[in-house]
Design a protein around this ligand. Sequence first.
Ligand SMILES: Nc1nc2c(ncn2[C@@H]2O[C@H](COP(=O)(O)OP(=O)(O)OP(=O)(O)O)[C@@H](O)[C@H]2O)c(=O)[nH]1
Ligand SMILES: [Mg+2]
Length: 313
Amino acid sequence: MTDLFRTDLPEGYRAGFACLVGRPNTGKSTLTNALVGSKIAITSAKPQTTRHTIRGIVHRDDHQLVLVDTPGLHRPRTLLGARLNDLVAATLSEVDVIGFCLPANERIGPGDRYIAEQLQMVSGRTPVVALVTKTDLVDRERLTEALIAVEQLGDFADIVPVSARDGYQVDTVDAVLAKHLPESPPLYPDGEITDEPETVLVAELVREAALEGVRDELPHSLAVQVEEMRPREDRPEDKPLWDVHVNLFVERPSQKAIVIGRKGARLKEIGMTARKNIEAILGTSIYLDLHVKVAKDWQRDPKQLGRLGFDFS
Ligand SMILES: Nc1nc2c(ncn2[C@@H]2O[C@H](COP(=O)(O)OP(=O)(O)OP(=O)(O)O)[C@@H](O)[C@H]2O)c(=O)[nH]1
Ligand SMILES: [Mg+2]
C-alpha cells in the first residue's frame, strides 16, 4: 500500500486539514470543487445543500491540503439542522486552519455574526482565514466595501477575495490555507481526490439533479439513497455497464407528485442529468433506475435519519 503515497517529498513538505464554514449558500462546496479540480461536492442555489462533511484532497508539489466542506451553519429549526450544526462544531476542533466563507454580493448579517462568534471560541488555537467568495458578482467598489466589513467582523489570519466561478484567486486560497498546515508526509495516496464512498457520490449527484428547478420546502424534504449498484453480467470487457438503483425519499405524497412530474417528465429529466454526472465520475456507463418513495417526516425522526444514512455518531 505504501507505494501509493508519494515518496519524493521536497524539504518542508506540509499536509493537513482545512475546514470551510459559512452560512448556507455562501459557496463552500463550489470552492471545494474548484480547489480539488473535480466535482466531488454537489452545489445548488438552495440553502442547506450539503448535509454531511465531505473531504476533498488538493495535491500540490509541496503540500497536500485536505479540505473539509461542511453543511452551512445556521440557527437550527429541525433535528436535522441541530445535528448538522453539531457536526460542524466537532469538525472545527480537529482541523489546522478554518476558511470562513462570506459572499461578496451580500451584506454581513446576523447569520454571519453568529458564526463569527462561534469561531471566536476556537480562534485562539486554530487560525481563521476569511474567504470573500463570489467576487465575480460585484464591482470593485462593492468588493472593497465587503472587504472592509469583513475586516471589522473579527480577527482573521488573512482575508482573501475569491471567485470559484471564474477561478480568480483559487490558487491563492490554496496557498494561504497551506501556510497553516504542519510539516507532515501526505495523508492520502497520490491522486485520491475524495474519501467519499462511490454510493454516496452517486446518491448526491441524484439529489443535486432533483434539486434543480424545485421550489420552497421540497429541497429540505428530499433524501436520496443508493439501494444497489453492480456491474451487469454478460457485458463485453471493454464496455462495462453498471446497474444503479436509487431511491428518492420525500416527506409527503404531494411532494412525490412534484418530483415525478407530469407523466414522469421531471423524474426522467432528473435521471438524464444525474446519469451524465455519475458516468463522468465513475468512468463507466450506467443504467440508472430511480424510485420515489414517501418517508413521512423523516427530518424529525431520529430512527429514519439513521436509516437514510445520516450517521451522526
Ligand atoms: N457567481 C458565482 N456563484 C457562485 C460562486 N460560488 C458559488 N456560487 C453559487 O452559489 C450557490 C451556492 O453554492 P454552494 O457551493 O452550493 O454553496 P454552499 O455554501 O456549499 O451551500 P450549503 O451546502 O447549502 O451550505 C450556487 O448556486 C453556486 O452556483 C462564485 O464564485 N460565483
Ligand atoms: Mg455545500
